[in-house]
Design a protein around this ligand. Structure first.
Ligand code: SF4
Length: 455
């Protein structure tokens, strides 16, 4: 099993996926793995039993990140892209109360959660987010598969043949330096490079439409989050704040003051991450824990930047995607490997680049914005209190969004020349992630997670 697949071209369709909260690596990824295993196990004869063992970070923060319910849903044939988040509690309650699970959405088998869903805090050697699925058949045969959730909802199966590698990109790049050189040699913006590359998977108009759906889903998530109230699930007692803040900002009336802008941006990030914490519909961008940064900065663009339009939104997302792909290729976006620098830090870097692009930045300024966005998130640990994607995650997205806007304007005020390159900062993030103790990498065994007393 590989931790990531650096030589395999990655489409932006894998970077921006529409799923459910609260976590891409701990909810969406395990749900996909369980769904895939269920289809395999039920393909010929029906097993008499299936069992899932969650290892490492998935076990340590699995309950708070809803990994257990995600596995139940996946085994029952549900997919994160299409399931109705509002239907989840009833589906899960049905399985738990009956002790029966419709494997792959079809025939029911007995499922004793205490016996068949095991949380084992030991780490598998190949990845901190490991899962082992086993099916037992009536004749005693067994089927076993091992998966890793490698970040952003992506999964890798141990021992599976390598994914298709004959995808030929029109403007292939493996580093920010190569990306800049391509842009210079071929007189292309970063957005144009990514859009052309995506034609390896689908016509350009379809990719535009995909990004339009991504933007719609992000906007819908903000708007829903602004209308919800109450206490978030999980037992920490965290109250939703977005609705009350929205009401207060609206009640002020009159023109928006400069200082209000940051409150609006923070509000939009809060709205998304409260929806995520509640298990709502969100876009991984590039992960669920960091899902609020890019939507909040995009809403800043569409609300406060004169001339903002749909083409600009796409340009923002194509540019942000180029940066996200670099992090996926050269490091990781998994908090279990990189800490929060790999989640909120990467989202900040992507959003800074996207905003810079639509504000008229050159490719060098875009690269500079992305670099600034990460440079000041280096070392950011992942220490969610109670294993829930709430504290510090929700507020952290507001900080990521504000920082991204600042990074974009800082870069725009320069000429693109700068000392620390994006490649250097990505490598620094990778090395810092490797050196970071495991307790700060999505295990809830260090940091705020052990210094905040749960009520
Ligand atoms: S601290 Fe950061 S990386 Fe960790 S769960 Fe929260 S948002 Fe994700």
């Amino acid at each position: 099993m590989t931790v990531s697949e650096p030589t395999v071209p990655v489409s932006i369709a894998e970077l921006f996926t529409i799923g459910i909260g609260p976590s891409s690596s701990h909810t969406v990824g395990p749900m996909r793995a369980a769904r895939r295993f269920a289809a395999l196990a039920a393909a010929d004869q029906l097993p008499v039993r299936v069992r899932c063992t969650l290892h490492g970070s998935l076990a340590l923060t699995g309950r708070g990140h809803a990994t257990d319910t995600a596995v139940l849903l996946g085994l029952a044939g549900w997919e994160p892209e299409t399931i109705d988040p509002d239907a989840v509690p009833a589906i899960v309650a049905g399985i738990r109360e009956s002790g029966r699970l419709p494997l792959d959405g079809a025939t029911e088998i007995a499922f004793d959660e205490a016996r068949d869903l095991v949380l084992d805090p030991s780490f598998l050697a190949d990845h901190p987010n490991g899962m082992v699925f086993e099916a037992v058949f009536a004749d005693g045969d067994r089927l076993t598969r091992r998966y890793a959730s490698i970040g952003g909802g992506a999964i890798v199966e141990a021992g599976a043949p390598a994914r298709q590698t004959n995808v030929s990109l029109r403007h292939d790049f493996a580093s920010a330096a190569e990306l800049l050189a391509l842009g210079k040699d071929r007189s292309l913006t970063i957005a144009e490079i990514v859009r052309a590359n995506e034609e390896a998977w689908r016509p350009a108009a379809e990719t535009d439409a995909l990004l339009d759906r991504v933007h719609q889903a992000m906007s819908a998530c903000i708007d829903r989050g602004l209308t919800q109230d109450g206490v978030l699930p999980g037992g920490l007692g965290v109250r939703r704040r977005a609705r009350a803040l929205h009401d207060r900002l609206n009640a002020r009336g009159g023109p928006i003051e400069p200082a209000d802008v940051f409150e609006w941006v923070s509000l939009w990030a809060l709205a998304v991450n409260e929806e995520n914490a509640a298990g709502g519909r969100v876009v991984t961008a590039p992960t669920n824990g960091a899902a609020g940064v890019i939507p909040a900065v995009l809403r800043y663009y569409t609300t406060f930047v004169p001339g903002a339009d749909a083409a600009g939104v796409r340009r923002f997302l194509y540019t942000a995607a180029a940066i996200g792909l670099l992090y996926k290729k050269r490091a990781s976006i998994s908090a279990a490997e990189m800490g929060c620098q790999g989640e909120v830090g990467v989202a900040c870097s992507m959003a800074a680049a996207g905003l810079a692009a639509v504000l008229g930045a050159s490719n060098m300024q875009v690269e500079n914005a992305a670099e600034i966005g990460m440079e000041h998130n280096l070392g950011l640990t992942c220490d969610p209190v109670g294993g829930l994607v709430q504290i510090p995650c929700i507020e952290r997205n507001t900080m990521g969004a504000v920082k991204a806007i600042n990074a974009a304007y800082l870069a725009l005020r320069g000429d693109g020349a700068h000392i620390v390159s994006l490649d250097a900062v990505i490598e620094t993030m990778r090395q810092t992630g490797v050196d970071m103790q495991s307790r700060y990498k999505e295990t809830s065994q260090g940091g705020l997670a052990v210094n905040v007393v749960e009520c």
